[in-house]
Design a protein around this ligand. Structure first.
Ligand SMILES: NC(=O)c1ccc[n+]([C@@H]2O[C@H](COP(=O)([O-])OP(=O)(O)OC[C@H]3O[C@@H](n4cnc5c(N)ncnc54)[C@H](OP(=O)(O)O)[C@@H]3O)[C@@H](O)[C@H]2O)c1
Length: 293
C-alpha cells in the first residue's frame, strides 16, 4: 500500500489496520494479538489504536512478536477525554507507551474535541512532540470550529484528522476545510462500522446497490470499492477486520480505478448518517467511560 505525506514531512501508509473492538470492545488478549499479527503478515504497517480501546498491550505484543523493527511500523494512539488537560495528557501518553512497550508513537491524536480542555491538551502534546515521544500530532472527530480554536494557539499544527467517513457520511465541507489547512483526512468506520454498533450489514453502505454494482463491474468486493473511493481522493482509511479474506482484500486496491463519475456517484450516496458518536456532544458521554486499566 502506498504512503502519503503528512504536512510535517512524515510518510503514512494510506490504509491502516483499525483495532477497535477486535473480538469485543476493550478486549486485550491473545486473539487480539493474533489478529494484528495476521494483518502484519498480510502487509499492514500502519496500526490504529487508542488508550480507550483497551488493547494497546496486544498491539505492542504483536509488533514485538512480528520480529520486524519498530521503525517499519506507523503506530497511532489517542488521548481519551477523561485524560485531557496538560498533566493528564502527559500521564496518558506515558501509560500508552508503557502498555505498547514502545519509546514513541508515530502519531498522537486528541480522540474527541472537548473544547475547554483543547488548549492544555494540545500544549502537552507539543511537549511530547518536542521530547520525541509523539512524532506527529493530530486530531480525531474535530469539527471546523474545534480546528479554528486550536489553530489560534497551536505552535505545531495538526497534520491529520480522523473522522467517521463512509458513503453515507461524506462530511464534504469538513473534508475540504481540513484539506485547505494541510490536514490529511483519515476515515474511521470506512465501511460503515463494526459489530460494536449493532447495525445490520444490510443497512450499511457496503450493501448499497450503487456500491455492489461497481463491485460487480470491477470484479472486486464492495469493501474494496469504498476503500478505493477514499484512496483515490487522497484520504487515509483504517478498516478493521478479523477475517483472513477481508484483511487481505482491504489492502489489495491496485488493478482497478474508479472514474470521476463513479467517485461522484458514491459521493451522492451521502445521508449525513452517523453510526458512531456525534462530536457536538460526545465528550459529555465519554467522560462517564474511563480508559480501561
Ligand atoms: N476516532 C474514533 O473516534 C473512532 C471511532 C470508531 C472507530 N475508529 C477506528 O476505525 C476503525 C474501523 O472502524 P470500525 O471497525 O467501526 O468499522 P469498519 O472498519 O468500517 O467495519 C468493520 C466491519 O466491517 C467488516 N469488514 C471488514 N472488511 C470488510 C470487507 N472487505 N467486506 C465486508 N465486510 C468487511 C468487519 O467484519 P470482519 O471482521 O468479519 O471482516 C467488521 O464487522 C476502528 O477499528 C478504529 O481503529 C475510530
Amino acid at each position: 500500500m502506498q504512503n502519503i505525506q503528512l504536512s510535517d514531512g512524515r510518510a503514512i501508509p494510506q490504509i491502516g489496520f483499525g483495532t477497535a473492538a477486535i473480538g469485543e470492545m476493550h478486549q486485550d488478549d491473545g486473539f487480539v494479538k493474533e489478529t494484528i499479527l495476521k494483518a502484519i503478515d498480510a502487509g499492514y504497517r500502519h496500526i490504529d489504536t487508542a488508550a480507550f480501546y483497551g488493547n494497546e498491550r496486544s498491539v505492542g505484543k504483536a509488533i514485538a512478536e512480528s520480529g520486524m523493527a519498530r521503525d517499519q511500523f506507523f503506530i497511532t494512539t489517542k488521548v481519551w477525554d477523561t485524560q485531557q488537560g496538560y498533566q493528564p495528557t502527559l500521564r496518558a501518553m506515558e501509560q500508552s507507551l508503557e502498555r505498547l512497550q514502545m519509546d514513541y508513537a508515530d502519531l498522537y491524536l486528541v480522540h474527541w474535541p472537548y473544547p475547554e480542555k483543547t488548549r492544555p491538551t494540545w500544549q502537552a502534546m507539543e511537549k511530547l512532540h518536542a521530547e520525541g515521544l509523539a512524532k506527529s500530532l493530530g486530531l480525531s472527530n474535530f469539527r471546523k470550529q474545534d480546528i479554528q480554536q486550536l489553530m489560534d494557539f497551536a505552535e505545531i499544527k495538526p497534520v491529520y484528522n480522523q473522522l467517521e467517513l463512509h458513503p453515507y457520511l461524506t462530511q464534504k465541507q469538513l473534508v475540504e476545510y481540513c484539506e485547505s489547512k494541510g490536514i490529511v483526512v483519515s476515515c474511521w468506520s470506512p465501511l460503515g462500522t463494526g459489530s460494536w454498533s449493532g447495525v445490520e450489514k444490510s443497512e450499511k453502505p457496503i450493501a448499497d446497490s450503487v456500491i455492489t454494482a461497481l463491485a460487480e463491474k470491477y470484479q472486486v468486493s464492495a469493501g474494496q470499492i469504498i476503500l478505493k473511493w477514499d484512496v483515490e481522493q487522497g484520504r487515509i482509511a483504517i478498516p478493521k477486520s478479523e477475517s483472513d479474506e477481508n484483511i487481505a482484500a482491504n489492502l489489495a486496491l491496485d488493478g482497478f480505478s474508479l472514474t470521476d463519475e463513479e467517485l461522484t456517484q458514491i459521493d451522492q450516496l451521502n445521508q449525513d448518517k452517523r453510526y458512531g458518536g456525534d462530536p457536538d456532544n460526545a465528550w459529555q458521554d465519554n467522560l462517564n467511560s474511563p480508559v480501561p486499566e
